[in-house]
Design a binder for this molecule. Structure first.
Ligand code: BJW
Ligand code: ZN
Length: 252
């Protein structure tokens, strides 16, 4: 741990990649833990365009359930520490696989007027609070914000063409937005790279920590469980992000 602390200097380029485990203490179910399974469906069976095409109502029921759960959740100590690092370290970058918006919520809670957007979060997999037209109708924007918790009907209709809308998230087999990947690739080039609360099995995010290490970064994993990344990182801190991150922050 001392090795990490001494590297967290004001000049250091620090990049953090987060996954669902960072929001676990807020009450957001993870994907691959026992609590993450919704009606015994694996995420791989629901988070695909094929699944949506076959049964949009089923897929929307899953998102409807998750949107409701997330709407009742608040950022935890891990989100707050990362938001604080965004204000404290000029070269801090936050990449997240999470679609829940809790990093942004933690950052905006302390933002002051006129301040640059804290934690300009690099959202790899989109947002559960945005939707787009399933048919991509000409009149609709590419995506738009929609925080509805109780839709009048499931699956909900596109207000522009009366077809279906879909959550504006990245499903398996879909490509991530190229500008988002570009920003992530630039952030991977850093001095300290921390992978936090992710099972490190979903690509391309799972490859970032090794790419960072190859480019010379000191790599750290924070997770209560071992993952495929555990054997290659320089430092494993075993535990919940909501306790380990405040422990680190207290030493700075
Ligand atoms: C705690 C904790 C606490 C618990 N504190 N920690 C290269 C190689 C192999 C396969 C591929 C590849 N490139 C692409 C693929 C295919 C595919 C893929 O990766 N498949 C794998 C399953 C093998 N990837 C894709 O399709 C991606 N697209 C792509 O690469 O495009 C190019 C392409 C296209 C076509 C063909 C080939 C290439 C897109 C991936 C999109 C993933 N989408 C989802 C759903 C998003 C929307 C939604 O939320 O509904 O993203 S799936 C789901 O998994 C979600 C998550 O962001 C993602 C990662 O999950 P995460 O965050 O790691 O959560 P968990 O639950 O897995 O883990 C939680 C962890 O927390 C655990 O480790 C716990 O121990 C820990 N934990 N409490 C800290 N308190
Ligand atoms: Zn439409």
């Amino acid at each position: 741990m001392q090795d990490l602390i001494k590297r967290l200097t004001p000049e250091a380029r620090i990049t953090v990649l987060t996954g669902a485990g960072v929001s676990a203490a807020s009450g957001v179910p993870t994907f691959r833990g026992n609590d993450g399974l919704w009606k015994n469906f694996r995420p791989e069976a629901l988070a695909t365009a094929d699944a949506f095409g076959r049964d949009p109502k089923l897929v929307w029921e899953w998102y409807h359930w998750r949107r409701f759960r997330i709407s009742t959740c608040e950022p935890n100590a891990a989100h707050h520490v990362l938001a604080e690092w965004g204000r404290r370290f000029p070269n801090f970058k936050l990449i997240t696989q999470n679609v829940d918006g809790l990093h942004e919520k933690a950052a905006s809670a302390k933002a002051t007027v006129g301040q640059a957007p804290v934690n300009d979060v690099i959202r790899l997999h989109g947002s559960i609070w945005e939707v787009s037209c399933w048919g991509g109708c000409a009149n609709s924007p590419r995506r738009w914000r929609d925080e509805t918790i109780e839709f009048a009907e499931l699956p909900p209709k596109c207000p522009y063409c009366d077809g279906l809308i879909r959550p504006s998230v990245v499903w398996f087999g879909e490509t991530l937005e190229s500008n988002v990947v570009d920003r992530a690739m630039r952030a991977v080039h850093c001095d300290v790279f921390m992978t936090i609360g992710t099972s490190a099995v979903v690509y391309p995010a799972a490859a970032f920590v090794e790419q960072a290490r190859r480019q010379g970064a000191f790599t750290v994993e924070i997770n209560p469980e071992a993952t495929p990344a555990s054997t290659t990182v320089d430092l494993v801190l075993k535990g919940g992000a909501e306790t380990v991150l405040p422990d680190i922050a207290a030493c700075l």
